[in-house]
Design a protein around this ligand. Structure first.
Ligand code: NOJ
Length: 520
């Protein structure tokens, strides 16, 4: 609760924990996390002190993109359980005071979705094909793709079907893009929204929110490789103005329900303003802000991130969001150099992030200080890697360690779907729970202390080039990103990310919260 906005909806300053369902907790022995596993571990999330959980797609899916290829939007993948298991999890979460956000994937379906199968069977010109973006090819006998767009996962964004037509897939060829100009598509997603809202979910994380509409005529681009990123200005496949109509309609749907149901956009648009447009008052509640996740370990960059993010959120009267890690990026202790230094920096950045107003999104395992795992190439499963687009994202998706001294570390009893490293014994929840200096205990302390913070006003304070420092109410946050100790201003130290230096100094790679006189 925020003193400046006593009536603010719950999500405005919530801490939300991302559950990557496949890797969170396996209640059985198949090596995949599942809903009963999540239910059995809800106590961990309540103890940790988060407010909400976001669960990655758990719907029926051939899992070519680990659930972001949905074959049925209104059911549960049998590997993960069934609708009853979902309801049990939801009730359990609500009983513990935790909100639940589910992931909605509207840009594309799985190629195994009945609609796509019907489109293949029905042939060119049929209403079944009109739910997707089927086109004739160019060149002799239409042998070349309809345009020069590339897939985010590598190669052309078009796949040819046996009758000679092509379909668009901005991601894997098993993820055909829907045609959002077709009213049938919009109507079906409204049914899906209501299906989960009626079951009691508190919100939606909207995947590829900026992708749903494409420029009329699907024009070629001048440099296709550049346009695989949504951040390219004037991209005909991303961030078309008409996409906002979809979210204005969804806003109305959610407003018809009680309890401040929310939506958060995953929208990698070309400018911060374009991203925040998804969080305008009549659209989604929030948009992910990835500035911190993209920043180097640098006080100057962090200062820019903080001031830019606060300004951007204010322009649309939304609350800022903060993210250091998720299932698509290298874990932040590894990004910050790895080992002891990477972990120290990770903890310091977390402490600064969690002192800011707005919502923070945490990614499972960061509370254990997990690093990116080097998954052997023969065992990688991410389509990004399999399609030759870099190392892939498996390294941040390895099933998390709960207990014990060897794989599967209490995460079920079978072989985990991605191999866990040796040496995680000291990082399990069980090992860290009672250890006051552990990263888990650290997260719990910070999350508990965060509850006492209030007010939206943040003031950057100049404590030198290598220091991020800001005040929020009666707390001064100081992060030392330099190589020398820095003197700490007067004030009782409320929290520190690591042991402090003697003589009132803050060592490199550390952060502290200090009690100071409130600004009058
Ligand atoms: C963003 C998701 O976070 C990512 O994991 C997925 O591969 C793409 N969207 C495609 O759905």
């Amino acid at each position: 609760m925020n003193d400046a906005r006593p009536d603010a909806p719950w999500w405005r300053d919530a801490v939300c924990y991302e559950v990557y369902i496949r890797s969170f907790a396996d209640a059985g022995s198949d090596g995949y996390g599942d809903l009963p596993g999540l239910t059995s571990r809800l106590g961990h999330l309540a103890d940790l002190g988060v407010d909400a959980l976001w669960i990655t797609p758990f719907y029926p899916s051939p899992q070519h993109d680990h659930g972001y290829d949905v074959a049925d939007y209104r059911d549960v993948e049998p590997t993960y359980g069934d609708l009853e298991a979902f309801d049990t999890m939801l009730t359990g979460a609500h009983e513990l005071g935790l909100k639940v956000i589910v992931d909605l994937v509207p840009n594309h379906t799985s190629s195994e979705h009945p609609w796509f199968q019907a489109a293949l069977a029905a042939g060119p010109g049929s209403p079944e094909r009109a739910r997707y973006l089927f086109r004739d090819g160019k060149g002799r006998a239409g042998r070349e793709p309809p345009n020069n767009w590339l897939s985010v996962f590598g190669g052309p964004a078009w796949e040819r079907v046996p009758d000679g037509q092509w379909y668009l897939h901005l991601f894997d060829s098993s993820q055909p893009d829907l045609d959002w100009t077709n009213p049938e598509v919009a109507a079906d997603f409204e049914t899906t929204l209501r299906f989960w809202l009626d079951r009691g979910v508190d919100g939606f994380r909207v995947d590829v929110a900026h992708g749903l509409r494409k420029a009329a005529g699907l024009p070629d681009v001048d440099d296709p490789q550049k346009f695989v990123s949504g951040t390219m200005p004037r991209a005909p496949m991303w961030d078309q103005p008409e996409v906002h109509e979809v979210y204005r309609r969804w806003h109305e749907v959610l407003a018809g329900y009680d309890g401040d149901r929310m939506m958060v956009a995953e929208a990698w648009a070309a400018t911060p303003a374009a991203t925040m447009a998804y969080a305008r008052p009549d659209e989604m509640s929030q948009a992910f802000n990835f500035h911190w996740l993209e920043a180097e370990w640098s006080a100057r960059e962090f200062r820019d991130v903080v001031s830019l993010s606060l300004t951007e959120a204010a322009t649309v009267d939304s609350s800022p969001t903060w993210v250091l890690s998720n299932h698509d990026v290298v874990r932040h202790p590894t990004r910050y150099g790895g080992g002891k230094v990477g972990l120290a920096r990770g903890r310091a950045a977390t402490m600064a992030m969690l002192a800011l107003p707005g919502s923070a999104y945490l990614y499972q395992g960061e509370e254990l200080g997990l690093e990116q795992v080097e998954v052997p190439e023969t065992q990688r499963q991410d389509p990004e890697f399999l399609n030759g687009r870099g190392p892939g994202r498996d390294g941040c998706r390895v099933p998390i360690p709960w207990s014990g001294t060897a794989a599967p570390y209490g995460n079920g009893t079978g072989d985990p779907w991605l191999p866990q490293p040796d040496g995680w014994a000291a990082l399990t929840v069980e090992a860290q729970r009672a250890e006051p200096d552990s990263t888990l205990s650290f997260y719990r302390r910070v999350l508990a202390a965060r509850r006492a913070l209030a007010g939206d006003a943040v003031e950057l304070v100049d404590l030198g080039e290598d220091v991020l420092a800001f005040r929020r109410g009666a707390v001064l946050v100081v992060l030392n990103a330099g190589e020398e100790h820095v003197p700490l201003p007067d004030g009782e130290v409320l929290l520190a990310s690591d042991g402090l230096g003697g003589e009132g100094t803050l060592p490199p790679d550390c952060a502290a919260w200090l009690a100071v006189a409130p600004v009058s």
